[in-house]
Design a protein around this ligand. Sequence first.
Ligand code: ZN
Length: 89
Amino acid sequence: MSANDKPTHERGKCPACGYIFDCATNVDDATALPKIGDISFCVKCGSANQFDEHGVIAIDESKLDEEARQEIRRIRRAWMKTRGSEYAS
Ligand SMILES: [Zn+2]
């Protein structure tokens, strides 16, 4: 593990699928630590969630601003490519 892929969050649970993750990485800055209010993207199910003081909570994407929704769509498209055609629509 290099300094650039160090985990930034120790452990959490996706509220959408229950997947237990053992780290989180900022897509723009691998050294950044998640802050309350940051968006979390589940690599297991592709849901967007949000960090709070205890971990991650479900969010309503339609209530985010357009910039955040675009960022989530961009991440989701890249994620779908890593999953293969099984998840692409
Ligand atoms: Zn999930």
